[in-house]
Ligand binder design. Structure first.
Ligand code: PEP
Ligand code: MN
Length: 344
């Protein structure tokens, strides 16, 4: 349920409401807007719902108490009407800025990563990507450089000034990687790995949660809810294609998810056309389409020599292709600003 405090409710009144919620065995989560404070109440309230609601409704400073009909609560726009804006290094994600995440699928060597990082930084990327721990479909393919890869990412950050994102696959790795990474990625295959989601809720770095291969939007938001309810409100969603009957593309890019999510949630939405399409030549048009549809940014795989890539070469852009694409995305963003709801 949502407890909407009246405009001008005092701090003591807010604290008093929180105390009552906790005394009922529930957890209060605050959303402070410019005008008023909304307190989201989560927990298993069961048959006591009506009683708890009417009890909170009469407390001083409370304007209204309403149930949240959707199963996701803290990630819903009802709870947090304004866009969540996530600060990463010198840039922000969400709330109207365009985020461009680029880099190799997997970090293969120091040289490969630094070359790519320098080129994408020069072309206008705002975040560097690079997989150190790789979730590979086959156990016989390159599995990533692990913490050595993370070390190369920190070097690339020092060299280019770009913050970096990298994937974590198990809860035990979370604190160690979060110490270095600017954003932690949870991959499609782990979208419903609940211990991993809860571990991501315990770090104080932003988390980018990719959509599961066959996840509905609601399941995806419930996965995000695990992270937020575990204590980390800095969640970014990433649409990376879903599995359908179509075989010409690696997955089917669900671009409708972008405006749908913007209506349902306050969290930023990034689109990954690399994993969605699986084909290099489809990545620029789908990146443009994503930005035109109001995405808060894109994430693309870039490799200095995609034909020799140890992972996802066929979908990786060359450095030149990325340099051509990045400025176009900024132009598209400017053009579509009036028609896509970027700021709520
Ligand atoms: C990735 O971004 O490196 C990746 C493995 O993507 P996904 O989890 O979407 O398959
Ligand atoms: Mn990849």
């Amino acid at each position: 349920m949502l407890v909407v405090m009246s405009v001008g409710a005092t701090e003591e009144q807010i604290q008093e409401v929180r105390r009552h919620i906790e005394a009922d065995g529930l957890t209060p989560h605050e959303s402070r807007g410019e005008q008023r404070v909304i307190i989201g109440v989560v927990g298993d309230v069961g048959p006591r719902k009506e009683q708890v609601m009417s009890h909170l409704a009469v407390l001083p400073g409370v304007e209204s108490v309403t149930p949240i009909s959707k199963p996701f609560k803290l990630t819903s726009r009802d709870f947090h009407p304004r866009d969540t804006v996530i600060r990463v290094g010198d840039t922000t994600i969400g709330g109207g800025s365009l985020t461009v995440i680029a880099g190799p699928c997997a970090i293969e060597s120091r040289d490969q990563l630094l070359r790519t990082a320098t080129a994408v930084a020069e072309a206008g990327a705002t975040v560097l990507r690079g997989g150190a721990f790789k979730p590979r479909t086959s156990p016989y393919t390159f599995q990533g450089l692990g913490m050595d890869g993370v070390r190369f990412l920190t070097e690339a950050r020092a060299e280019t000034g770009l913050p970096f994102i990298t994937e974590v696959m198990e809860p035990g790795q979370m604190p160690q990687v979060a110490e270095y990474a600017d954003i932690v990625q949870i991959g499609a295959r782990n979208m419903q790995n609940f211990p991993l989601l809860m571990a991501a809720g315990k770090i104080d770095k932003p988390v980018m949660l990719k959509r599961g291969i066959s996840a509905t939007i609601e399941e995806w938001l419930m996965a995000a809810e695990y992270i937020v309810s575990s204590g980390n409100p800095q969640v970014i969603l990433c649409e990376r294609g879903i599995r359908t009957f179509e075989t010409y593309t690696r997955n089917t890019l669900d671009l409708t998810a972008v405006p749908m999510l913007h209506q349902l949630t306050h969290l930023p939405v990034i689109v990954d056309p690399s994993h969605a399409t699986g084909k290099r030549w489809l990545v620029p048009p789908m990146s443009v389409a994503a930005v035109a549809g109001g995405a808060d940014g894109i994430m693309v795989e870039v490799h200095p020599n995609p034909d020799d890539a140890l992972s996802d070469g066929p979908q990786s852009l060359t450095l030149e292709m990325f340099a051509e694409l990045a400025p176009v995305l900024r132009q598209v963003r400017e053009q579509v600003k009036p028609i896509v709801a970027l700021e709520s």
